[in-house]
Ligand binder design. Structure first.
Ligand SMILES: [Fe+2]
Length: 369
């Protein structure tokens, strides 16, 4: 891996720093492939950002938080099951397959082990999504984020299993919302908004009818859009009327939704979203949960390009788990924007230098989902 760039900035000759997959888990392009004009166009059609390897960055690497094989397995099994049940005309009788329910448990058990072993997520998980598979990448991302928060809270293993399964299925109700509303790149009308918001109750409806799943899993779908101050939906629950899982999922879901790139807008930078979460803590969100989350997810992921208070440009090259907000950065351009021979600066010791912004991702917070 190396540094993350917008696919708009790809130029012929650049080499991919991470393999790209389609929604079925098949490799589209291997790591190390040199991008030519025709490849670049294909990549731009499907991806907002990619990792590239180029001179001076080869040693910058971050391991996949969720190993590619497990992530693919989870995303593809969600894709297959959701495609199957979405075609079932008899909504009242929709039944998740026994195989799917069993594999969910196995997958979440693996994800839980990963969450317990991960001190800080160092990569930008939204960069793994293509426009085609963002729903499934989002589901897995929300699950790992929710489990990190649940682990920080020291929830018992049995509860963490329910939380992980609920997180994977929290948006299942969107299967019954028209795609043109889900992907509308403009403000929804009142009627469209009401339909969009129905996905929480619809998801609860479907999940609560599954004998294989607990009421807690169904409530993850029901409550993930509730907000502490009663401003959420579908029931405008407030305070402790919202289950702890609803509060956890609110944090995980907002974060991943805002960071995620869409065909109609770039993703918002992780640091800007983290600030947004804090700005909503204790009104809409639980401050303690936001605080735990911020300690387990790097606001400046490895590979992100950042600007410094010295007006130099740098790429995050290493994260110290005890101090994720002060990473080691590799200076690549001087204050005038001229390339310089790359060198590392450790912001955990060079405390007079601060990160002032990120060059990828937008910082506007006018998000409707
Ligand atoms: Fe949702």
């Amino acid at each position: 891996m190396a540094r993350q760039i917008s696919t708009r900035d790809l130029t012929p000759g650049m080499r991919l720093g991470r393999a790209l997959y389609d929604e079925h888990g098949h490799v589209l392009l291997q790591r190390g492939v040199e991008l030519r004009g025709s490849y670049i166009k294909r990549v731009q059609e499907r991806f907002a950002v990619v990792m590239i390897d180029d001179d001076g960055y080869e040693d910058i690497s971050v391991e996949d938080t969720v190993p590619g094989e497990l992530r693919n397995e989870m995303q593809v099994s969600l894709l297959k099951e959701w495609t199957r049940i979405a075609q079932d005309a008899n909504f009242e009788k929709i039944t998740l397959s026994k195989d799917f329910a069993r594999s969910l448990r196995d997958q979440v058990r693996n994800l839980l082990t990963i969450a317990k072993d991960t001190k800080v997520i160092q990569e930008d998980l939204s960069s793994l999504a293509s426009y085609d598979n963002s729903t499934y990448v989002h589901s897995v991302n929300v699950a790992i984020y929710a489990l990190l928060i649940g682990d920080a809270l020291k929830l018992p293993e049995s509860m963490l299993m329910e939380l992980g399964i609920g997180a994977l299925l929290h948006d299942i109700g969107k299967l019954w919302i028209p795609v043109d509303i889900l992907q509308k790149p403009a403000v929804l009308t009142d009627a469209e908004m009401a339909l969009m918001r129905s996905h929480a109750a619809v998801g609860h409806d479907v999940l609560s009818r599954q004998g294989e799943l607990s009421y807690l899993v169904a409530h993850c779908a029901f409550q993930h859009h509730e907000r502490l101050d009663g401003s959420g939906y579908p029931r405008a629950l407030a305070g402790n009327d919202i289950h702890q899982f609803g509060k956890i999922l609110a944090v995980a879901d907002i974060y991943d939704s805002m960071v995620m790139h869409r065909p109609y807008r770039a993703g918002i930078s992780p640091s800007a979203v983290m600030e947004y979460l804090f700005s909503k803590a204790d009104t809409e969100l639980d401050l303690q949960l936001v605080a735990w989350f911020s300690q387990r997810v790097a606001m400046y992921p490895v590979g992100a390009e950042v600007t410094l208070s010295t007006r130099q440009t740098a790429v995050v090259s290493h994260i110290t788990p005890s101090l994720p907000a002060r990473p080691v950065v590799r200076i690549i351009r001087d204050p005038d924007g001229q390339r310089v021979p790359p060198y590392d600066l450790d912001l955990s010791t060079s405390l007079n230098v601060t990160i002032t912004g990120t060059t990828s991702g937008i910082t506007v917070l006018d998000i409707i989902d």
